[in-house]
Design a protein around this ligand. Structure first.
Ligand code: AMP
Length: 278
């Protein structure tokens, strides 16, 4: 497994790989890896010949008051885990390498970048699509794998790929949870013991809405109201709870198969996201 920090060097390796007609797979991450990331690496490993994982804590997707500086990092551990998964190349650029002085260009999937998480994080998805497009251009993957934990992100990247006619197959993997139901996230590290326990209500509220839907619940507002109460009862500060079409992210008037129930909730200072599809 090679560790590459320079764009020029990564491009040279990619060119050689393309000449050998090997299919390139990419799993973009911000590091501090857990089983959620590794599940995507395993999906990608089966679908390509040459597997690249990028580790880059992307400053442009963090707001000015967000956790860019204190975002957890542990490169040595990440590399050990990735080596065990048979990854061929880890791309680990510096911020300066990706955004040299004078950097000016951003891509945005208009409107969708302001829905759900975009309402309270207005520049987040612009940062995500920009860095992902840069990674696609540098690493030229045939397939790229994203987690459904960040459902909106996967939908927005799929839309960018379609709208910009990129020749990349976007694949998504299911949410990986801890045994007690908390969706795995690098940010779970921020939670203290009480917040960690209270945060279980997120998975529980999503389980409740799935069951309620099976029993005949069709009114999104009634569902949102009940989830709201459940979560507030555990001290969660709600950013949003929404029930939307899983392809267009438009709010639905009636719950149906394929409705995405997505939420973002603060426990203490930590903002957690989770979702389910009915
Ligand atoms: P991040 O390092 O948080 O930027 O995440 C990198 C990739 O891993 C994204 O595609 C995420 O959606 C995915 N991911 C993060 N947590 C999970 C999880 N618990 N289950 C599945 N995929 C995940």
């Amino acid at each position: 497994m090679r560790l590459v920090r320079r764009i020029a060097q990564a491009k040279r390796i990619v060119e050689r790989t393309q000449k050998r007609e090997l299919a390139i797979g990419l799993v973009p991450t911000m590091g501090y890896l857990h089983e959620g990331h590794l599940s995507l690496v395993r999906i990608a490993r089966k679908k390509c010949d040459f597997l690249i994982v990028s580790i880059f804590v992307n400053p442009t997707q963090f707001g000015p008051k967000e956790d860019f500086r204190r975002y957890p990092r542990d490169l040595r551990r990440d590399l050990r885990l990735l080596k065990m998964e048979g990854v061929d190349l880890v791309f680990y650029p510096s911020v300066r390498e990706m955004y040299p002085a004078g950097y000016r260009t951003y891509v945005e999937v208009h409107e969708w970048s302001r829905l759900l998480c975009g309402a309270s994080r207005p520049t987040h998805f612009r940062g995500v699509t920009t860095v992902v497009l840069k990674l696609f251009n540098i690493l030229a993957p045939d397939i790229a794998v994203f987690g459904r934990k960040d459902y909106q992100q996967a939908v927005i990247i799929g839309k960018m790929v379609k709208d910009l006619n990129l020749r990349i197959r976007v694949i998504t993997g299911p949410i990986v949870r801890e045994k007690d139901g908390l969706a795995m996230s690098s940010r779970n590290k921020y939670l203290n013991a009480r917040e960690r326990k209270n945060a279980l209500v997120l998975g529980e509220s999503l389980k409740w809405v799935r069951q309620a839907y099976k029993r005949g619940l069709r009114d999104p507002q009634a569902g949102i109201l009940r989830m709201n109460r459940m979560i507030k009862g555990k001290g969660g500060r709600i950013d949003y709870i929404e029930m939307v079409d899983k392809n267009t992210l438009e709010p639905v008037r009636k719950l149906k198969k394929g409705t995405l129930v997505a939420l973002a909730v603060f426990f203490g200072k930590t903002r957690l996201i989770d979702n389910t599809i009915l």
